[in-house]
Design a protein around this ligand. Structure first.
Ligand code: NDP
Ligand code: 2IT
Length: 451
């Protein structure tokens, strides 16, 4: 049995049932790096895999707060500090009722390799809470964020662990979390990224993940097919931070994004989605996408309960390039088959692990250009690191400077991933390329730092 197979076996026995998404993420990485482990015995000798798949620590705390009816609410808060071989722990916070330790372990594990791929000095972490922000007043969000930070503050710091946003956590929540941190510690530290621009946030952090996924895709398509996205039909899922800014950049470069989704349904607007309206519905009013068709009756709204198995219609729509930007495992094997049958030639993951393993196998076996999340959506954390640099230097960079540096790093990641795949005999396989390149950087640092 190979080292990789032994590792997978161990997890099948111990952890699989409890941590299914974590196991899914880990299994993919172990399969990809298998040739590296076989060819260089130092990784086994230093027990890198065994050390990498166990977080440095998991901090778990109770968050108690009072809602607008004066009822006491209790939630769970978690921070998984996974690995700091390359720099301070870094990764987002997710507020969503599905958050648990397994989900945050999967996200934290992916974050280690993603952050390594950026070439920047940042380790991997993730955190969050099972708190559901939906339907909560602004005041309740503020009270929850304060209570959450009361418990989290002693474990974070600008050189220790720097959280940011993720699902359910945007500039508003980061602002409240920062305010509470400052109140408790009296310290004006760059301890969170994604802050509003007026108090330490970087230009372009809100746009960074969505723009970055488009920059990555442009580089990948140019390298693999000598093609561009201009004039091409694109499908996008999600209607949050990542999706809206991917749509914004696609429109800017002359592509035609025709869809978006939220948890309840899909919008299909064949003339290209109306971004102003989307921003108004999702960022300002925070209402269902169903309202889109009130302003655009010629567009279609397809609720999830009208699509087989409660899935999303979005992957059944003809496109040249697809951008899953909502959540994990939102694109399954059948969705992949539909995309391939309808002529899609490129899939780029804006969300973390949105494609199931079976969907990825289908894409790779049909030679679809497939950009995995840990490479394609690294733009968010890249600009987060720029925010850390700006805060540390008490300075502000211009929008153009941030954009230029982001584009450069996304292009470098795409090239490094493609080259690594080629070096390891799997040309065009960006999944293996990303996993091997990310793993090598972290593993070599771990070896150099000793046990
Ligand atoms: P947001 O909270 O801003 O938006 C999430 C969006 O996805 C919402 O519109 C939500 O719908 C929708 N959604 C949730 N579940 C589903 C589902 N099952 N099917 C379809 N749509 C769904 O989150 P982000 O945009 O920040 O995050 C999206 C993804 O990108 C996540 O996987 C996140 O981990 C990843 N990511 C985020 C980064 C960032 O900088 N924010 C960086 C890198 C990755 P509804 O409004 O109904 O809840
Ligand atoms: O998944 C991700 O990369 C994020 N949610 C952003 C992390 C960050 O620290 O900016």
């Amino acid at each position: 049995m190979s080292i990789a197979q032994e590792e997978i076996k161990k997890f099948e026995v111990n952890d699989c049932a409890q941590y299914d998404v974590f196991y899914q993420a880990m299994k993919e990485v172990i399969c990809s790096i298998s040739p590296l482990l076989e060819s260089d015995e130092k990784y086994a000798r230093y027990a890198i895999l065994e050390r990498l798949v166990v977080p440095d620590r998991i901090i778990k705390f109770k968050v108690t707060w009072v809602d607008d009816n004066n009822d006491i609410q209790v939630n769970t808060g978690i921070r998984v500090q996974f690995n700091n071989a390359l720099g301070p722990y870094k990764g987002g916070l997710r507020f969503h009722p599905t958050v648990n330790e397994g989900v945050l372990k999967f996200l934290g594990f992916e974050q280690i390799l993603k952050n390594a791929l950026t070439g920047l000095p940042i380790g991997g972490a993730k955190g969050g809470s099972d708190f559901n922000p939906k339907g909560r007043s602004d005041f309740e969000i503020m009270k929850f964020c304060s209570a959450f930070m009361t418990k989290l503050h002693k474990y974070i710091g600008p050189r220790i662990d720097v959280p940011a946003g993720d699902i359910g956590v945007g500039a508003r929540e980061i602002g409240y979390l920062f305010g509470e941190y400052k109140k408790i510690t009296s310290s004006y530290d760059g301890v969170l990224t994604g802050k509003p621009y007026m108090f330490g946030g970087s230009f372009m952090r809100p746009e960074a993940t969505g723009y970055g996924v488009v920059y990555f895709t442009q580089t990948m398509l140019e390298m693999e097919n000598h093609e561009s996205l201009e004039g091409k039909i694109c499908t996008v899922s999600g209607a949050g931070n990542v999706a809206l800014h991917a749509i914004e950049k696609l429109l800017e470069i002359g592509a035609i994004p025709v869809t978006c989704t939220d948890s309840q349904g899909t919008i299909y607007d064949s003339r290209g989605v109306d971004l102003c309206l989307l921003k108004e519905l999702k960022l300002e009013k925070r209402v269902s996408l169903e309202r889109y068709v009130e302003a655009h009756p010629e567009a279609k709204y397809i609720p999830v309960d009208e699509y087989p198995d409660g899935g999303h219609a979005v992957w059944d729509i003809e496109c040249y390039a697809a951008f899953p930007c909502a959540t994990q495992n939102e694109l399954n094997e059948l969705d992949a088959q539909n995309l391939i049958t309808n002529g899609c030639i490129s899939v780029s993951e804006g969300a973390n692990m949105p494609s199931t393993p079976e969907a990825i196998d289908a894409f790779l076996s049909h030679k679809i250009c497939f950009a995995p999340a840990k490479a394609a959506n690294a733009g968010g954390v890249v600009v987060s690191e720029f925010e850390m640099s700006q805060n540390a230097g008490m300075t502000k960079w211009a929008f153009e400077k941030v954009d230029e540096k982001l584009k450069e790093i996304m292009q470098q990641i795409a090239k490094r991933v493609a080259l690594t795949a080629k070096d390891y005999g799997v040309e065009g396989n960006y999944v293996d390329g990303a996993n091997i390149a990310g793993f090598k950087r972290v593993a070599d640092a771990m070896i150099a730092e000793g046990i």
